[in-house]
Design a protein. Structure first.
Length: 456
């Protein structure tokens, strides 16, 4: 890119790749960790100061808000893929168009999703059989979370654009600001003022507002180095750019929605085994969010490195970046294996003191060794496929893995082996190998080398 923007846009197509990837990935890991931790604090504060009805309200309404966020996640990922290839191709005009188009369309989409959430929140909560005791808290939680959708979309979308430019440090700072704000506001609004689940939602939305404001402020202050002047005409949506972003975003959004819906089915089946199994499954979900802190970072890094280097025709760096990212994921898996084998009860004990739940820890954690292996092996090829721009393939893989294989194996193992809730946990773990095998098969097939780029 031009010399004025060298300090803002990080060209990942030249230089020591291993060092670049590690420096790029570390802020991603820290950002994911901060995001995960403040979600855990959210639940802990509500559980401590509101009780079971508050937890039920947050858990139930949270399933709906997560689905609302999926559109924003897809849009953000689409923008990251496109801008990464534009940076690699030295397409300065394209970068400016992507920033302006993404910003404007994100605001429009957020307004539509917010309106939908506010209008249909009660209908959706009834569809999920929200308990009567949790109804008022759930409705209030949904209301304030819906108001925060625009800030969540802007924070996620603009941070993703920065990652596509090779900057992972500043998005981490914005997430950190949001995380600290969320924790402080949780304590003030829920514990201090007694606003129950509503306070947790207000804290989350306000924290996203702070993160979005910090991101926009950073981009505005650095507008000269960015090459985006923030004049009204710069926010005009470019038809071809918008078409490309939507072509990328739609499959990514559907992919996330499909996986979340399949997990709702699985969790419903597991919950039928009673409160102890449900609690163990809940602890497992928290552990999974921590286990993906590194692998999700490697997936995002693989997407950015692939996008930039494939557009710069540096296929050698593409393959090397995959090797380094996968090695990092596998190193983290070995660490997780040690915890699963030697400290399962201790790990579960961080979330619960229930003896019956703790008794399930060793068996559950043995299953997770396989689950975490699939996380480590699938993350980089799936990020690579996104970086190439072949998001439709990832959509197909996600549906086969997350819906067909997961639900199919759940039904098969629960009826054939009759091993209780372990049938569902093993199904979750084994289904991940669909993504592993399919993803790496595409990488080694070499078909991606002849794929038309987004910037061509």
């Amino acid at each position: 890119m031009g010399s004025k923007r060298e300090t803002l846009i990080n060209d990942l197509t030249e230089g020591p790749l291993t060092k670049q990837l590690l420096l790029f990935s570390l802020p991603l890991v820290m950002g994911n960790l901060l995001h995960t931790l403040y979600n855990l604090v959210d639940m802990a504060v509500v559980g401590q100061f509101v009780g079971s009805e508050g937890l039920s309200a947050v858990a139930t309404a949270g399933q709906i808000t997560m689905l609302l966020y999926c559109l924003g996640i897809g849009l953000a990922s689409g923008g990251q893929i496109l801008i990464a290839q534009q940076v690699g191709a030295q397409d300065e005009v394209g970068v400016r168009r992507t920033i302006g188009t993404s910003f404007t369309f994100t605001v429009i989409l957020a307004a539509v999703v917010t309106t939908f959430g506010l209008v249909f929140s009660k209908t959706l909560l009834r569809a999920l059989n929200t308990p009567d005791e949790a109804w008022t808290d759930a409705v209030q939680y949904m209301f304030w979370c819906c108001l925060g959708v625009p800030f969540t979309y802007l924070n996620g979308g603009l941070s993703s654009l920065l990652r596509g430019m090779g900057d992972s440090k500043h998005p981490m700072i914005f997430i950190g600001a949001a995380a600290l704000s969320n924790i402080v506001l949780d304590l003030v609004l829920v514990a201090g003022l007694g606003l129950r689940a509503r306070g947790a939602a207000i804290a989350t939305s306000a924290a996203q507002l702070i993160g979005a404001a910090a991101c926009i402020g950073y981009l505005y202050i650095n507008r000269d180095r960015l090459g985006f002047d923030f004049k009204p005409e710069s926010f005009r949506m470019h038809r071809r750019t918008l078409s490309t972003i939507l072509r990328l975003a739609a499959p990514l959004a559907v992919q996330t929605i499909a996986i979340n819906i399949s997990m709702l089915f699985v969790n419903a089946w597991v919950n039928a085994y009673g409160v102890v199994v449900s609690a163990a499954n809940g602890v497992g979900s928290k552990l999974n969010s921590l286990a993906t802190v590194v692998t999700n970072a490697m997936q995002s890094a693989a997407a950015t490195f692939t996008g930039q280097n494939i557009a710069a025709k540096r296929q050698d760096r593409v393959m090397k970046s995959l090797a380094v990212a996968t090695a990092c994921s596998m190193a983290f898996w070995l660490f997780a294996v040690c915890l699963c084998v030697f400290l399962p009860v201790f790990v579960f004990g961080l979330f619960t003191h229930d003896e019956a739940v703790l008794a399930m820890a060793p068996g559950y954690m043995r299953v997770q060794i396989v689950m975490y292996l699939t996380f480590a092996l699938m993350s980089t090829p799936l990020g690579f496929i996104n970086g190439v721009g072949h998001v439709n393939l990832n959509l197909v893989i996600a549906i086969v893995d997350g819906v067909v294989a997961r639900i199919g194996l759940c039904i098969l193992l629960s009826h054939v082996l009759d091993i209780g809730p372990y049938a569902y946990w093993w199904s979750n773990a084994i289904a991940g190998f669909v993504s592993v095998i399919w993803g790496w098969a595409y990488v080694f097939s070499g078909r991606w080398k002849n794929r038309r780029l987004l910037v061509s």
